[in-house]
Write a protein that binds this ligand. Structure first.
Ligand code: XUL
Ligand code: CO
Length: 435
């Protein structure tokens, strides 16, 4: 029986680009084949339990605005109602996946034993819903940044008891993810960083973070969890400096602690922006290293500079992101998770639905544009042309030589390179033909 929360809203259907119905898909057509796969299987959309259901509409200056029937989320009956409504949304959207933190699913209990027990309880409530609705778990994760015990970090905390509490918490969350058939497990280190170097021992904290991640990987094999372990880069917020700063920093960290073949990256658009990068930079870099796992799709406000976690609404941005994802072979266990919040004045159930519908549509448009660019091939051809001189045996001999030999070669052949155009405007104009 339906809760009535979404009364008057019907299942969202694909109606094509000319549809004037705001609650219809104009581009997202799950069955359409894009580069040899169903669109649904290319995009692998996921709803985030935290922003879409648990977040109450607060900001640093104001309290809750949403006042949903399951707010405040202080007891297990609110947790169950929230789960009922989450699955009603998944049904309306035809959503293939969802994601959660333990703290979104059930209220924090204040001690580990009760946290674990109530997590198991709500997982038992969700399990049959997943079977009947068909929505699967993309990933689970532990919230180790909201409660005050985490204020100086989880695995990087100077207090060994916090490290132990964190390890037990992650174990309970991997167990829950495993039980629900999750395809990945994510660690985001919101408080794994520092507020001041004056009280921070960098080496100890990073070594402990490396050990913690190794414990997670060892446990994955111990219980036979087949999902991918992912870490999520973000440079700051809430910490002033976070150790998982960006993709490049995370890749260096994984190599240092021997985890480069075990852990991949969950990249988020807003986090790339905070780090001073483009989203496609983070994706291309991770893909180049074979460490592209999954994405959190949102965007930041271009004026405020905060991690505003808005639903994506810019086709050009998402097209370039999917271009690099498709170029690297598309998602394996990863997907497109909407780690995105409504604006706090968007009070209605229809706002929540429209946010997801619009985001799914803009991603579908971006995916189709990306696929068209790949099929048309100009970008690849241009790239190959730009580096093609390296294909000659003479060029390869440069790489194989030593500095004496190279210097002799430059003198003998009187090598005097002539600069060539990077053709940037031509390439940008080309991309704009597709978006
Ligand atoms: C925070 C963020 C998290 C992670 C999961 O900025 O992105 O929601 O995705 O902990
Ligand atoms: Co995220």
């Amino acid at each position: 029986m339906s809760s009535g929360f979404f009364d008057g809203i019907n299942r969202i259907e694909f109606e094509g680009p000319d549809s004037l119905n705001p609650l219809s898909f104009r581009y997202y057509n799950p069955e359409e084949i894009v580069l040899g796969k169903r669109m649904e299987d290319q995009l692998r959309f996921s709803v985030a339990w935290w922003h879409s259901f648990a977040w109450e509409g607060t900001d640093p200056f104001g309290g809750p605005t949403f006042e949903r029937p399951w707010h405040p989320q202080t007891d297990m009956s609110a947790a169950r109602l929230k789960a009922d409504i989450a699955f009603e949304l998944f049904d309306l959207l035809g959503q293939p996946y969802f994601c959660w933190h333990d703290a979104d699913l059930r209220p924090e209990q204040g001690n580990f034993g009760d946290n674990q027990r109530t997590l198991e309880e709500i997982v038992g409530y969700i399990e049959p819903k997943m079977q009947s609705c068909g929505t699967q778990l993309l990933w689970g994760t532990a919230n180790m940044f909201s409660h005050r015990r985490w204020m100086a970090g989880a695995s990087t905390n100077p207090d060994p008891e916090v490290f132990a509490f964190a390890a037990a918490t992650v174990k309970s969350c991997i167990d829950a993810t495993h039980r629900l058939g999750g395809e990945n497990y994510v660690l985001w280190g919101g408080r794994e960083g520092y507020e001041t170097l004056l009280n921070t021992d960098l080496k100890t904290e990073l070594d402990h973070m490396g050990r913690f991640l190794n414990l997670v990987v060892e446990y994955k094999y111990k219980i036979g969890f087949r999902g991918t372990i992912l870490i999520e880069p973000k440079p700051q917020e809430p910490s002033k400096h976070q150790y998982d700063f960006d993709a490049a920093t995370c890749i260096g960290f994984l190599r240092k602690y021997g985890l480069e073949n075990e852990v991949k990256l969950n990249l988020e658009q807003g986090h790339a922006f905070l780090a001073g990068h483009s989203f496609e930079h983070e994706i291309a870099l991770a893909a180049m290293e074979g460490m592209l796992g999954s994405i959190d799709m949102n965007r930041n406000d271009y004026q405020s500079g905060w991690d505003t976690d808005q639903f994506p609404n810019n086709a050009a941005d998402v097209a370039l992101a999917y271009y690099h994802i498709l170029k690297s072979g598309g998602f394996a266990s990863g997907g497109t998770n909407f780690d995105a919040k409504l604006r706090r004045q968007s009070l209605d159930a229809s706002d929540l639905v429209a946010a997801h519908v619009g985001a799914m549509d803009i991603c579908a448009r971006g995916l189709k544009a990306a696929a068209a660019m790949i099929e048309e091939g100009t970008l690849s051809t241009e790239l190959e042309k730009r580096y093609s001189d390296w294909n000659s045996p003479e060029a390869q001999a440069i790489l194989a030589g030593d500095l004496d030999e190279i210097s002799r070669l430059v003198l003998e052949k009187d090598i005097n390179p002539q600069p060539r155009s990077g053709r940037q405007e031509i390439l940008e104009n080309y991309v704009n033909r597709f978006v």
